[in-house]
Design a protein around this ligand. Structure first.
Ligand SMILES: [Zn+2]
Ligand SMILES: [Zn+2]
Length: 492
């Protein structure tokens, strides 16, 4: 188009920018940024907003700010986009974020508030979320409306404050199905299977009709609490009572529920009875359960199907090789690892993050990049010693020992394995949390992957030894550790 004698106007630039934002394509986006300046259309508010949106979607806060500072006229939309970018941005302190929200000179509307709240939910930044709550009450009034109310429920639940989410929800004068779904989904993430049933009954009592998403939240709550019978009950009522056709996601939830409970044969039979061919999610979840329950044969069979569906997904290969190793089939495990190595495949690194004083702190396993590393490792040593006194036994069985022939070799290898366990990202975050927050205050940690067995038991003992509430949000759910036990009752 550019080589043709056609004038490029803001509308055509806008079209391409919108697509870039959907695709997260920062390369084309930044080239368009240059073009925008060259064509002299940088005065167009809509073009600038779209440009900032591309940078936000790609997580490049610097780019957002550059466009924003060069803009003459700024609208509510510009502010919403820039604030969303700012909230997502990791380098900015909360005080500064608040200044920006205040400094915009507009009263933010529902849409803007919700987009900021959802950014808070994603990053787990509850202090900014709480501040937005205050702002909304001040600007809108005690009744913040269904939309913002739902955003608040979701934000509090996803930041691990389920109690606060319930308070906001109960005080909402009007509640639609979206609000109910947010509340039920929040309870599900916290493994509150029993409360969900009561919540669902109240929803029906208030005359709100549940939708497909409501049932997904219900089923996932039962799955996280091991309530197989209730799962079956509600799954069977989906169509017969509520007139909702079960979709692939509902089947996936049921497979997950049965698989977690160790009822793998039932899960397999259930998959065969599905009216459509199972997708990767369904099979992947069954495969995950095979791993947890050590069912190698069934695991291998599912693996073959999964590889055909998605040859590039390496997560399954990694799981299968671990499964071989655990069941003593080290030859097969080594073979698979070699294949993975050859193809240059690496696991997604586990990252734990937490907010302290409005600042995000991130850790990966064995991390030594934090400015307070020395203090963190000193605390870690002391913590491990205290945890051991409290009954913590490092779970080295999940880490397989290779190539040790003599006893001395083994002891040495074991010590190494322990050292690796101790520097898992969750434990580093915990040690940092213990040094940097007042004693007795709760510690909130966010993990991008599933929390491992060993860290789970270490957290339990730490909550008792240090008399702290520790809340960990992992990829699948919340774990709330208190006085030596976890809200998941070790079922996850
Ligand atoms: Zn761990
Ligand atoms: Zn737990």
């Amino acid at each position: 188009m550019r080589s043709l004698p056609l004038p490029l106007d803001p509308v055509s630039v806008l079209c391409v920018l919108t697509k870039c934002s959907h695709l997260g394509c920062v390369k084309t986006g930044s080239q368009l940024h240059a073009l925008v300046v060259k064509l002299g259309v940088s005065g167009c508010v809509r073009v600038c907003n779209a440009l900032m949106d591309v940078y936000v979607k790609c997580g490049l806060v610097g780019g957002v700010r550059r466009v924003f500072e060069d803009m003459g006229l700024k609208t509510v939309v510009s502010w919403t986009v820039v604030l969303e970018g700012v909230v997502k941005g990791e380098g900015l302190e909360n005080g500064r974020k608040r200044e920006m929200i205040f400094g915009c000179g507009f009263v933010l509307n529902d849409v803007s508030l919700c987009s900021i709240l959802s950014a808070c939910s994603r990053s787990g930044d509850v202090s900014l979320g709480r501040w937005v709550h205050g702002y909304a009450v001040k600007e809108i009034g005690r009744d913040v409306g269904v939309m913002v109310g739902t955003g608040l429920v979701d934000m509090y639940a996803k930041c691990g404050r389920i109690g606060a989410a319930l308070v906001v929800f109960r005080n909402m004068p009007r509640r639609n199905v979206v609000a109910w779904n947010a509340m039920i989904g929040g309870l599900a993430m916290h493994g509150k299977g029993k409360d969900v049933v009561g919540m669902f009954d109240s929803m029906i009592g208030e005359g709100v009709r549940p939708d497909a998403l409501t049932f997904l939240a219900l089923l996932s709550a039962f799955s996280h609490s091991g309530m197989v019978d209730l799962g079956w009950k509600y799954f069977n009522e989906l169509e017969s009572i509520h007139g909702i056709n079960p979709e692939m996601e509902h089947y996936a939830c049921m497979v997950d529920l049965l698989g977690r409970a160790g009822r793998l044969e039932e899960a397999e039979a259930f998959i065969k009875s599905m009216p459509f061919a199972p997708n990767e999610v369904v099979l992947g979840s069954l495969f995950g359960s095979c791993y947890t329950h050590g069912k190698v044969k069934l695991g291998e069979r599912i693996m073959r199907e999964l590889v055909q569906m998605d040859p590039h997904n390496t997560e399954y290969h990694v799981l299968l090789s671990n499964m071989y190793a655990l069941s003593g089939k080290e030859e097969k495990a080594n073979f698979l690892r070699k294949v993975l190595k050859k193809r240059g495949i690496k696991k997604v690194p586990g990252t734990s993050s937490m907010y302290v004083g409005g600042q995000l702190h991130q850790f990966i396993a064995g991390d030594k990049s934090h400015p307070q590393t020395a203090g963190i490792y000193m605390m870690l040593d002391d913590m491990i010693r205290r945890l051991r006194l409290g009954g913590y036994v490092p779970n080295t069985s999940s880490q397989v020992l290779f190539g040790c022939s003599t006893r001395d070799d083994c002891t040495e290898a074991l010590e190494e394995v322990e050292q690796v366990l101790f520097t898992h990202s969750e434990k580093l975050a915990l040690a940092f949390g213990l040094t940097s927050t007042p004693s007795g205050s709760p510690i909130h940690i966010f993990k991008n992957l599933r929390i491992c067995q060993d860290c789970h038991s270490a957290m339990k003992i730490a909550s008792y030894v240090y008399n702290r509430k520790i809340v960990v949000r992992d990829r699948y759910r919340f774990h709330s550790f208190k006085q030596g036990s976890c809200s998941c009752s070790d079922y996850w």
